[in-house]
Write a protein that binds this ligand. Structure first.
Ligand code: NAD
Length: 254
């Protein structure tokens, strides 16, 4: 068991990569706090974990709202103990060329993808500093490194998460806290299914276009990212600090 008795909070774990990671971490002995906006989806993740004999609770909270995040951290700590690993995973997309993007969409994507990393970190860090131990994983994306059409605001936020990760690492290394970033390529989740539906007349054609971009010839699966997250969450990666970890089927360097 690589995460025996570790208390782990994963934001946005009612779906996709977050759910898959939560299931894998629970199977490795962790006690999970499942967070999501959606009660139904979050509770489904908890149920899936419990059916496999794992331990998890659900706390509904919007990661962009300070009062909700603070209450979540307090409740999580009361119920399961101090948080060992925080995975800032929740995120949304925003598609369109910049000149057609509404200010409202810009603000929403920036809020969820950037403030949604800031706030959980802000409220978890004091207990990690006190305990002189902690592990934070931030969800960036290969889009932080590669230009893709119509993804400007999303790319900007994921680039910001990468920069934030490096700065956080420098600030918190003295407290034995590691902060690393995951950079997935295209991973088949509801997030990408919605993108395909909204961006292509024929989603199958969109899928074929994305497949062609991958050296691997196919998209990734949530489990591919979950295994990388497990590596970062465990001591196996103890010499990784402020690092980007690519899980991208070769799309970045291919
Ligand atoms: P997903 O849509 O399947 O899951 C995201 C979850 O986050 C959803 O359950 C959603 O309800 C939740 N969420 C959204 N806003 C929230 C908020 N304000 N508060 C709490 N929860 C909120 O998406 P996914 O593909 O699993 O993506 C997870 C993360 O991985 C995102 O940050 C995404 O940007 C990133 N990512 C995804 C891909 C990909 O190809 N799927 C690639 C690179 C990075």
């Amino acid at each position: 068991m690589r995460l025996e008795k570790k208390v782990v909070l994963i934001t946005g774990s009612g779906s996709g990569i977050g759910r898959s990671t939560a299931k894998l971490f629970a199977a490795e002995g962790a006690k999970l706090i499942i967070n999501d906006l959606s009660k139904e989806d979050g509770e489904a993740t908890v149920q899936a974990i419990r059916e496999e004999g794992g331990e998890a609770i659900f706390i509904q909270a919007d990661v962009t709202k300070a009062d909700e995040v603070e209450a979540m951290i307090n409740e999580a700590t009361d119920k399961l103990g101090a948080i060992d690993v925080l995975f800032n995973n929740a995120g949304i997309s925003g598609v369109g060329p910049l000149h057609e993007l509404s200010e409202e969409l810009w603000d929403r994507v920036v809020n969820v993808n950037m403030k949604g990393v800031f706030l959980p970190s802000k409220y978890v860090l004091p207990q990690m500093i006190d305990r002189k131990q902690g592990n934070i994983i931030n969800m960036s994306s290969t889009i932080a490194e590669i230009g893709l059409m119509n993804r400007a605001v999303y790319a900007a936020t994921k680039g910001a998460v990468l920069a934030l990760t490096k700065s956080m690492q420098v600030d918190y290394a003295p407290y034995n806290i590691r902060v690393n970033a995951l950079l997935p390529g295209t991973i088949l989740t509801p997030f990408v299914e919605n993108y395909l539906k909204n961006s292509y007349d024929d989603p199958e054609e969109g899928l074929a276009t994305i497949r062609k971009r991958q050296l691997s010839g196919d998209l990734g699966r949530p489990e591919d990212v979950a295994r990388a997250a497990l590596f970062l969450a465990s001591d196996e990666s103890k010499f990784m600090m402020g690092s980007p970890l690519y899980i991208d089927g070769g799309v970045t360097f291919g």
